[in-house]
Structures are given as C-alpha cells and as structure tokens.
Design a protein around this ligand. Structure first.
Ligand code: FDA
Length: 311
C-alpha cells in the first residue's frame, strides 16, 4: 500500500499532527508497542528483560532534526547518562545515534564534538555506537562523519547504517567492506525520490541480498568487517542462514537485528538457534516520527492504532 506509506511518512514530519498525536493519551499508549518508555529507567527495565531472554540490545534515545544547540547538547548528555546506566546496571547494550540529533544540521563540528564524547564514554565501557542513517540529504555527510570518527579520530567502536533502497548503497557497501567496518544493513524507512532510490519493494529486497553478499564475499580479505542484518523479513533471514552456512561465514562475523515490539517470536527463535540477535530499543519523549515510520511500514499497524483509538 504505497499510498498509505507515503501519507504516514509525510505526516511524520508534520508539526500540527505531531502536537495532536503526542497530546492524545491513547496514541501514547499505542506507541508503547514500539517504544520502551519515556524514561531511562523504563528502558533499562526492558533491556534487563530482553537480556534475560538471551537477546542483545542497542539503545536509541529518540530524537532527530534538532535545530537548537541546547537541544543537541541535551541529547548528547542523555546518551552519556544512558551509557552510565548500561555500566551501572551491568546490562548488555550498545547504542544507536542519529547525527541530526547531535546537531549535524546546526554545525558539523558541534556534531563531531558530541559524537567524540559519546564514543569516548562507550569505549570506556567497551561498547559500540552505531550511527543511524537518516533521509538522503544527510547520506553523504553521515558517511563522511563516520569516516572522520573512525579513521581520523581513530574510534574503533563506531558502526554505520546502509539502506538497500538507495542506488548508491552498492558502492558505499564496497567501500565499507574494504575498510573493515561494522555495518548495519536495513531496507530504509524514509520517503525518497525514484531518481535516487528503488521505487519498487521487490528491487529494494533484491538489493538487500546483493549488499549482504558483498559483505559476506569470502574472497574479500577478512579484515574485521561485521554485518548486522537489520530486518524482520523472514525470506531474507532464511536466505542469510542458508548463505552463511553454505559459504562458511562464521557466526562471529554477523548478527540479526530487529526493532523492539516487532516479531518478538522470531527474535527469540533466532537467539535459541544460537545466532546473535540484537533488539533496537527506542525510548524517550520524542517518539512521534519514529512511531509514524513504524505505522508507515505496515498497514496492519494503522488498523491496530485505529481499533485502539475507538475502543
Ligand atoms: P519489510 O518492510 O519487508 O517487512 C517484513 C516483515 O516484517 C513484514 O511482513 C512484517 O511481518 C514485519 N514488519 C516490518 N515492519 C513492521 C512494522 N512496522 N510493524 C509490524 N511488523 C513489521 N531505517 C533507516 O532508514 N535508517 C536506519 O538507521 C534504520 N535503522 C534500523 C535499525 C534496525 C535494527 C532495524 C531492524 C531497522 C532499521 N531501520 C532503519 C528500518 C528499516 O529500514 C525498515 O524500515 C524496517 O526494518 C522494515 O523493513 P523490513 O526489513 O523489516 O522488511
């Protein structure tokens, strides 16, 4: 249902709609299906529960597209507190960060400084920070920032997301594979024009396999590269299991990842089968755009929302 997807993606950036939805108690309740809570304590409680089920976690303090330096600083401080809480509670969790939340659109230097502080603290507790990929105006600067942090600033605990809906991703993937980077491969959640992204879902899915194969290619040097297969798509997961078995790709070179609240049954099954299965756990008060993107992905979620609203 591409029309519904487009509508919800458009609404995800609409301020009037945001104010309406976030002030509507029932939508807050429904959003809890995808969001661990509004506070760090609530999020830590969810991480403990997931860890107890054998699931690894990456935390996401919700927020994006900040326009004030003070907001970016507050988000950075929020991440530093989350890293302290991960250590203090002895939970197993990485973190995921959006660069526009760290001030990328205000000043790239401000964003770099915030990322440096987060990466330093994450390094001290031996955990990874993955940079989420946002919409296409930020693709190149996000990759550039990743390379600066990794190569110029020498952080080895930073990863990056690649989206299979972008035509450019094949080249980006080859570059990241050669670097030996830690890459999270997803399909892509934003509305992008056909000039730069596959309009057809079947092509996005096919490109996902192409990009994963670039990474798994056993003829490439084993240089520490690591792939996160971030998808709930059962066909892709089945393909990945078969491909990695057939090509002897060791299980310590890749993992599966899914979003909190989506296909929890499959998450537990993969963990039981001995794969590393990481759940992306978002929390915080800025849940509106994230929530709308989850509705856009699946018409059934809109029906779920509506049925709860009118109960
Ligand atoms: P697809 O959309 O084909 O869905 C396959 C199946 O999964 C569906 O049939 C359904 O069963 C289930 N499913 C998928 N979405 C659902 C939903 N919202 N509600 C209920 N069921 C659903 N995107 C991005 O642009 N930048 C990023 O940085 C990230 N980061 C990221 C991290 C992680 C860990 C994950 C798992 C995903 C992302 N994404 C993302 C989102 C990603 O691009 C994509 O939009 C979603 O994962 C949905 O795509 P699938 O691969 O699951 O396939």
């Amino acid at each position: 249902m591409p029309l519904l997807r487009d509508l919800f993606l458009k609404l995800s950036t609409n301020k009037l709609m945001r104010d309406f939805v976030v002030n509507f108690p029932l939508s807050c309740r429904v959003s809890r299906r995808f969001v661990a809570g509004e506070t760090l304590d609530e999020a830590i409680a969810v991480v403990k529960k997931l860890n107890a089920q054998g699931l690894a976690v990456t935390f996401d303090l919700l927020g994006e597209s900040v326009s004030q330096e003070s907001e970016a600083r507050a988000a950075k401080d929020g991440y530093l507190r989350a890293l302290d809480a991960i250590a203090a509670n002895r939970v197993s969790s990485q973190v995921s960060v959006k660069l526009t939340q760290m001030g990328l659109a205000i000043s790239p230097d401000l964003c770099l400084d915030h990322m440096r502080q987060i990466l330093r603290k994450a390094k001290a507790i031996d955990t990874l920070v993955t940079i989420d990929m946002e919409d296409s105006p930020y693709t190149q600067t996000t990759l550039d920032t990743f390379k600066t942090l990794r190569d110029a600033m020498r952080f080895d605990n930073v990863g990056i997301v690649i989206q299979s809906y972008l035509y450019r991703s094949e080249k980006d993937m080859q570059m990241l594979r050669a670097l030996g980077a830690n890459v999270r491969l997803c399909k892509g959640a934003y509305k992008e024009p056909a000039e730069i992204a596959f309009p057809e879902k079947k092509d996005v899915d096919a490109n996902y396999l192409t990009l994963a194969q670039i990474f798994f290619d056993s003829s490439s040097p084993a240089n520490g590269a690591y792939l996160d297969l971030a998808t709930h798509d059962e066909k892709i997961i089945k393909w990945a299991k078969e491909y990695t078995t057939r090509h002897n790709v060791p299980r310590d070179r890749f993992e599966f990842q899914m979003l909190y609240g989506i296909r929890s049954d499959l998450q537990r099954q993969l963990a039981r089968e001995g794969y590393t299965m990481r759940v992306y756990v978002p929390y915080g008060t800025h849940w509106y755009p994230y929530f709308m993107r989850r509705l856009a992905e699946r018409p059934a979620n809109v029906i779920f929302l509506m049925s709860n609203l009118f109960k």
